[in-house]
Design a protein. Structure first.
Length: 404
């Protein structure tokens, strides 16, 4: 990977913050966008803007073709059978809400949904809403180093959950779950399996056919694409059986005053005018990632992770959370006696962007016995120099707050 050349593709990385060149280390929250994606979105609005599936004129045909190509590219990226299995939503959160609503329609009182305590709120709150129907939501415990407790997982699967929804990787600790094993365990318990892949697909290759997973959800904006576009993959036969989450225009084939009939997949689940430009930009983001290679990106992140972790371990008063191995390029940490928000604020003065707080994972924070952490997360455009500036920033925090 030619990191210098890659950085040139990201205009925002030339921005100055408080007089310092931006060091962006909040990639778990959202990634920056290469010029190719920005230009693709602009090009659509300048040359092809029209509604999809609505008109017989040239602009509408162009817009429809581009939008459908985005579905095809996404299907190829995760090795789905066909584009009909790719539904575009607003984000991962909406994808999981869609599943909660549509799958929840067939659940009965005392049925169990199983998730874990390492999840983002987006894979907890939607399932909790099913409690109004008498559905039970169970949680797999986590170990002190942020891994799933295998013994507790086996016990909870013995409850025969109807749904087993789990993250591919933790947005807080970087823990990478063995998704192949988890899907098999879920299947063996006769559960529908759902992977929250928002932190996974931009770092690790995935093949949904080989995994035999029922559903996965992820977001464009965490993988160089525009905001406001998410993905729900589902097996065709399951999507055919599910009722739509939202209704209205484009998701129907026929409407009368007595009854409505649903459109074919994937449009059955894409009501109203979609984020056409977002989908088109997302396609270009996927092509950008494929050109570099997900495995190469992962290797680059691991080098930065190992280097920065080693440097941080030599600084007194720093506590790092999560596993030592099998993790993403995420470092979740605290400086002794200093609030995470203050750590972030000091680093921001130097143009270094990190995240602080509970990271939308309050159950996990409760398990760890803390209120929150500071978090640095690397991606393909970050460099060793970025890591060095980050380390120097932490040392500055210690000086300012007189941490021994």
């Amino acid at each position: 990977m030619n990191i210098k050349k890659i950085k040139e593709d990201f205009p925002i990385l030339k921005k100055k913050i408080n007089g310092f060149e931006l060091v962006y280390l909040d990639n778990s929250a959202t990634t920056q966008k290469p010029i190719q994606v920005i230009e693709a979105v602009n090009c659509y609005y300048e040359n092809n803007n029209a509604n999809v599936h609505r008109g017989g004129y040239e602009l509408s045909r162009e817009s429809t073709d581009l939008y459908e190509e985005a579905h095809k590219e996404t299907a190829e990226f995760i090795k789905a059978k066909k584009m009909e299995e790719i539904i575009f939503t607003k984000n991962t959160t909406e994808s999981i809400n869609l599943l909660s609503f549509s799958l929840g329609e067939k659940l009965k009182k005392n049925d169990v949904v199983l998730t874990t305590k390492i999840e983002h709120h987006s894979n907890i709150v939607p399932w909790q809403q099913l409690k109004r129907k008498g559905i039970k939501v169970e949680f797999v415990e986590v170990t002190k180093d942020g891994k799933l407790n295998e013994k507790d997982l086996e016990e909870k699967l013995s409850f025969k959950p109807k749904i087993f929804a789990f993250t591919g990787a933790s947005n807080v600790l970087g823990t990478v779950n063995d998704i192949k094993k988890l899907v098999k365990q879920g299947k063996d318990a006769d559960a529908l399996t759902i992977i929250d892949a928002a932190q996974f697909v931009q770092h690790k290759k995935i093949n949904v056919k080989k995994l035999n997973v029922d559903f996965i959800a992820f977001s464009s904006h965490k993988m160089l694409g525009p905001t406001g576009i998410g993905v729900l993959y589902g097996k065709e036969e399951l999507l055919e059986e599910m009722p739509p989450f939202m209704t209205g225009g484009d998701m129907i084939s026929k409407v009368s005053c007595e009854k409505s009939y649903w459109n074919s997949l994937p449009w059955k689940f894409e009501a109203g005018t979609p984020n056409i430009a977002g989908g088109i930009g997302f396609r270009i983001a996927l092509k950008y990632l494929e050109r570099i290679g997900i495995e190469e990106i992962d290797k680059h992140e691991q080098k930065l992770l190992n280097y920065a972790t080693k440097e941080m371990q030599e600084i007194d008063g720093i506590e790092i959370f999560g596993p030592e191995k099998n993790k993403l390029g995420i470092i979740s940490f605290n400086v002794k006696g200093v609030h995470p928000h203050d750590v972030s604020s000091v680093l921001d003065r130097k143009g270094i962007a990190i995240r602080s707080g509970n990271h939308c994972a309050q159950p996990l924070m409760e398990e760890l016995g803390i209120k929150g952490t500071a978090r640095a997360s690397f991606y393909l455009y970050n460099t060793k120099e970025d890591a060095d500036k980050f380390i120097e920033g932490i040392k500055e925090v210690k000086k300012i707050f007189k941490v021994d």
